[in-house]
Design a protein around this ligand. Structure first.
Ligand code: 0GY
Length: 289
C-alpha cells in the first residue's frame, strides 16, 4: 500500500543533547503494519507502516526511556495497534486512544489495563469528519471517572470557537502542538495571546512539539518556532509535554531528522530544571502516577 507522504527518516543523527534519565517521548504513533493492523476505511491518508519495534529502537537511540503513544486518525477508533504496542513495551509506554461513543465499560477497562490514560478529540478538518461536541462531552464524562484526561488537536483559527467546549470538558485537557499557532504572525500575535490566556487555567496542558510542522523557516533548527515553545515552557513549566511525533504523518515538505528535533529541546527548555519537568516529572505525573 502506497503512503501519501514521505517515509520516516531512515538514519536519524545522534543528538548532541542527552535527555535526563527517565525521559518520556510524550507524543508519538505506531502505524500498522497494515497486514496485522489494517488502516481505517474512513481514513483521510494512508501512512507508512511504522511498527512498535521501530519506535522502541528510536526511543533507545535518542536516549528516552518511555513513550506515550497517541492514536492517529489513520487507525480511526480501532486501537489494536496502540494496545499491542503498549503491551509490548511493558510499563514503558502509555496510550491515548480514540473511542466510539458507545464503547462499553469492559472495553474501557481493557484499554486501561493495557496502559491507556486518555482519549483524543480531533478537530483538524483535513484529518477527520466532524463529530458533534455532545458526543465528545459524553465520552469525556465517562473517561473522567477513570481519571483519564483528554487530548485535543485543533488549528489556531478554530481556538476562539472551541473555548467554551474546552472549558466544559471535565478532565485535564492536553492540547497538541501548542494549538498549531501561526508562526509567521509572531510570538506576540493576538492568536498566540489567546492560547496563553487559555493556558492560564490550570486544567490545560500543552505539548510543545512539532516545530517541523509549524515552522516557516524549516530545518535544521526550526528557529522561528523556538520562541513559542520556550514561552510556554517558561510560563507553565509544570504543564508542558514534549514529543517527537514520530513517524511524522503527513509531512510532505521534508521529513525531519529525529536527532535534530531532540536538539531543539535545550533551546526551548534552557535549564536542567525545566528539562526535568518537561521530559520526566510532567509526563510521569500525568501518565504513570
Ligand atoms: C500528529 C499530526 C497529524 C496527524 C494526526 O491523528 C492524526 O492523523 O494527528 C497531522 O497530520 O498534523 O500529531 O500526528
Amino acid at each position: 500500500m502506497d503512503a501519501d507522504y514521505l517515509p520516516f527518516h531512515p538514519d536519524p543523527s545522534r543528538p548532541a543533547y542527552r535527555p535526563p534519565p527517565g525521559a518520556v517521548d510524550a507524543h508519538c504513533h505506531v502505524f500498522g503494519p497494515a497486514d496485522r493492523f489494517p488502516y481505517a476505511p474512513e481514513r483521510k491518508y494512508t501512512p507508512c507502516d511504522a511498527p512498535a519495534e521501530k519506535l522502541f529502537a528510536l526511543r533507545d537511540f535518542l536516549g528516552f526511556e518511555r513513550n506515550v503513544i497517541v492514536q492517529a486518525t489513520c487507525h480511526g477508533r480501532d486501537n489494536r495497534a496502540l494496545v499491542d504496542a503498549c503491551r509490548a513495551a511493558g510499563d514503558r509506554a502509555r496510550g491515548v486512544a480514540s473511542v466510539r461513543a458507545d464503547i462499553s465499560d469492559d472495553e474501557l477497562a481493557e484499554l486501561h489495563e493495557a496502559g491507556v490514560r486518555g482519549v483524543r478529540f480531533n478537530f483538524v478538518k483535513r484529518l477527520v469528519d466532524a463529530t458533534p461536541r455532545e458526543v465528545f462531552l459524553g465520552i469525556a464524562a465517562r473517561i473522567a471517572r477513570l481519571d483519564w484526561h483528554t487530548v485535543v488537536y485543533f488549528e489556531a483559527p478554530d481556538l476562539e470557537g472551541l473555548i467554551p467546549f474546552l472549558k466544559e470538558l471535565p478532565t485535564t485537557v492536553v492540547i497538541d502542538h501548542m494549538g498549531r499557532p501561526d508562526i509567521a504572525a509572531g510570538v506576540d500575535s493576538p492568536g498566540f495571546a489567546r492560547f496563553i490566556g487559555l493556558m492560564e487555567d490550570p486544567k490545560f496542558w500543552s505539548k510543545v512539539s512539532c516545530p517541523e510542522r509549524l515552522s516557516v523557516q524549516g530545518p535544521p533548527g526550526y528557529d522561528d518556532v523556538v520562541p513559542f515553545a520556550r514561552t510556554l515552557v517558561e510560563r507553565f513549566p509544570d504543564r508542558v509535554l514534549w514529543g517527537t511525533d514520530w513517524p511524522h504523518p503527513n509531512m510532505k515538505s521534508h521529513m525531519p531528522d529525529d536527532g535534530a528535533l531532540v536538539d531543539v529541546i535545550p533551546r526551548i527548555a534552557p535549564t536542567a530544571e525545566l528539562q526535568q519537568a518537561l521530559l520526566v516529572d510532567n509526563p510521569m505525573r500525568l501518565y504513570w502516577s
